[in-house]
Design a protein around this ligand. Structure first.
Ligand code: APR
Length: 309
């Protein structure tokens, strides 16, 4: 079987770290592309020199030429500006939409059948823009949201309970923004609902910390935003597609009436496999959860109005 090919657009913090996870997992040959000359080449070469030491056996190429991305099975777009302290993800809208426009045009020219995974923020708007601009079918386009947000909540629950992170599985839906919707009734420790293990107040505090977890890191780093957890989360999504794993990962997906959402991308539990977004799992929400989701979705719709594409 021919090796898979994965392109990562943007060789910055998130992009380069993503390339590293993909290579270490030997998911396929990796092409790292950036607008800046030398950076993708240098980082790719550095990783290739780590390969014999760690023992991963794939090629990692750095380039500024989209011809080198031709025939990619999966393309992950991280190109864009990250947040600075005090900035909301929505502050990045105009600049990053311009970058998404430039990038998607080149990508589909060389990889017309690819699956696109968007990481660039503001996520729910950028994934919508990428879908519109790429002309790809909606099931071939998805965005990194819940995989990261749920991972962060998992970490906080594990810290609070002093249990292994391996046993914690939270569900977070809605926008990849401060009004995301953590679902405590559908978050478990080895199948036991967290509502049976922690009191309301503690869970509320953890949900609130999860909502602003990206900002907590921006505040600490001062220059740039988080990249270890984001890159690991997007690598899981890519792995699910490349290996046809049918994993259920909350992701920003195109909604066609599910949960009462239509015509935009929002975070929902999705089955990811070789077909891209193969299914959206619908669970019953209570009135409060649905109200939170509606509010989150309305905010995405408002942001999309600012999109000039
Ligand atoms: N084409 C290709 N690469 C580009 C382009 C472009 N048109 N414009 C910018 N880039 C590259 C930059 O040169 C830089 O190397 O994107 C990279 C971004 O890297 P960082 O500045 O380190 O940002 P990072 O922390 O990786 O975040 C990237 O992911 O999580 C989101 O909010 C974050 O939108 C941001 C994105």
């Amino acid at each position: 079987m021919a090796r898979k090919k994965i392109t990562v657009v943007g060789a910055g913090h998130v992009g380069a770290t993503t390339a590293m996870w993909l290579a270490r997992k030997e998911l396929g040959d990796v092409v790292l592309i950036d607008i800046v000359e030398g950076i993708p080449q240098g980082k790719a070469l550095d990783m290739m020199e780590a390969a014999p030491i760690e023992g991963f056996d794939v090629s990692i190429t750095g380039t500024n030429d989209y011809a080198d991305t031709a025939g990619s099975d999966v393309v992950i777009i991280t190109a864009g500006l990250p947040r600075k302290p005090g900035m909301d993800r929505s502050d990045l809208i105009k600049t990053n939409a311009g970058i998404i426009k430039a990038v998607t045009g080149e990508i589909v020219k060389y990889s017309p059948d690819t699956t696109l995974i968007i990481v660039t923020n503001p996520l729910d708007v950028m994934v919508y823009a990428a879908w519109k601009l790429s002309g790809l079918p909606s099931h071939r386009v998805m965005g990194l949201s819940g995989a990261l947000d749920a991972g962060r909540m998992d970490a906080f629950i594990a810290m609070e309970l002093g249990v292994s992170v391996k046993d914690v599985r939270c569900m977070v839906i809605g926008a990849h923004a401060n009004d995301m919707v953590p679902l405590r009734r559908h978050s478990t420790v080895s199948g036991i609902a967290i509502t049976k293990l922690l009191d309301d107040e503690t869970i509320t505090a953890i949900e609130n910390r999860t909502r602003v977890a990206g900002g907590e890191i921006v505040g600490l780093l001062k220059t740039g935003s988080a990249y270890y957890a984001p890159s690991r989360a997007v690598a899981s999504m890519a792995e699910a597609v490349l290996l046809d794993q049918k994993r259920v990962i909350p992701s920003a997906v195109y909604c066609d009436g599910e949960y009462g959402i239509k015509g935009i991308f929002a975070g929902l539990p999705a089955k990811l496999g070789a077909g891209g977004v193969e299914d959206i799992l619908e669970i019953e929400l209570d009135d409060d959860e649905q109200a939170q989701l509606d509010e989150s979705v309305n905010a995405i719709k408002e942001l999309i109005k600012h999109l000039d594409i």
